[in-house]
Design a protein around this ligand. Structure first.
Ligand SMILES: [Zn+2]
Length: 338
């Protein structure tokens, strides 16, 4: 099966009413685990890489690892997506590498020489201008685009801001019309990282329903959607970790968000936690072990199990064979008609 355009994958999810997880990857074991989970549960899949991941893997390694994933999973529609693209230049690089979708995060100005955690928010007009530029370029190659309106807080590589500005539903319609984005990340109160909330999370669910009415054909994306399950945090801490008070978004909240109109669910932190817990366990229980396969292997198995459960929880499971992926050439023709 060829790579799938994100537009098509999320249109299908919206029509049927389920969510598709987008999982961040940096190395071979993560990619293998996620593809294994998708094959086992027969789920369409979004593999995403941040700018940090592109730097860490020196681009070319990630490109070939992703190509291997696609080759090895002929029955699964797969989207290769750039997460939090900071500008047109990086989006162009990702498209040249073969990504079928890019995110341009026009909500934050990454280009100023600002200290980490202090990146300023862009104005609505500037966000539209920066986003439209990427949409024009990407759609000319049939590639899908995700934008962001409002800002997410928290710590994720290259996405640091100290302010959380919830999306204003009144701006959603105009933003989608003027930019032509295929998908839009809504800021509903989640944040990146393992420390999302001090107390029980309060998410602006109404904001999703309100936005869904105003932009009925745009896919909506929820960032910072790891659940940070207590058992997993306890497991990390039990084997020498130190993650006090980590907290995430419960599965029930994600399911409600999907019912109200979210199609893409970004998950990174939970994958990091499960890998760390598995490796710490081996180190604690078998201090004489020094073959990387003996701890990376269990980490890969644990990650595959975690992701398979998410695919069932998000409703993605069983939908891999619902449609034939369109080619980017077909998408290009469709975009040209609009
Ligand atoms: Zn994000």
């Amino acid at each position: 099966m060829p790579l799938c355009p994100m537009r098509q994958m999320l249109d299908e999810a919206r029509k049927v009413g389920y969510g598709v997880g987008a999982y961040n990857v940096n190395n071979m074991e993560q990619i293998q685990a996620i593809c294994q989970a998708a094959s086992e549960t027969k789920s369409p899949l979004i593999i995403q890489a941040s700018r940090g991941a592109l730097e860490y893997t020196n681009l070319i390694y990630l490109k070939h690892l992703m190509a291997a994933a696609v080759e090895e999973s002929p029955d699964i529609p797969i989207v290769l997506h750039l997460d939090h693209g900071p500008n047109l230049k990086i989006c162009k690089e990702a498209i040249a590498l073969g990504f079928t979708s890019v995110m341009i995060d026009g909500s934050i100005d990454y280009d100023k020489k600002t200290p980490e955690g202090k990146h300023p928010a862009r104005s609505f007009e500037d966000n539209i201008r920066v986003t439209k530029e990427v949409v024009d370029f990407a759609h000319a190659s049939g590639v899908s685009v995700e934008g962001e309106l409002g800002t997410l807080g928290g710590i994720e590589e290259e996405t640091h801001t100290d302010k959380v500005l919830l999306t204003d539903p009144a701006q959603v319609e105009e933003f989608c019309k003027r930019t032509g984005v295929d998908a839009l990340a809504l800021a509903i109160g989640t944040s990146h990282g393992a420390y999302k909330f001090k107390h029980e999370p309060v998410l602006a669910m109404e904001l999703i329903s309100e936005s869904r009415k105003r932009a009925p054909e745009t896919a909506f994306v929820m960032h910072g959607s790891s659940s940070v399950p207590k058992e997993l945090v306890d497991e990390v801490n039990k084997y020498g970790g130190k993650l006090p008070g980590a907290m995430g978004v419960p599965i029930s909240s994600i399911q409600e968000a999907v019912r109200r109109g979210i199609q893409k669910i970004n998950v990174d932190t939970d994958g990091r936690l499960v890998v760390t817990a598995a490796i710490r366990k081996v180190f604690a229980e078998k201090p004489g072990e020094f073959d990387p396969r003996k701890y990376l292997g269990p980490a890969r198995d644990a990650l595959a199990k975690l992701i398979a459960q998410k695919m069932r929880d998000f409703g993605t499971a069983g939908h891999a064979a619902d449609y034939e992926p369109k080619s980017l050439a077909e998408m290009k023709t469709l975009y040209a008609k609009k």
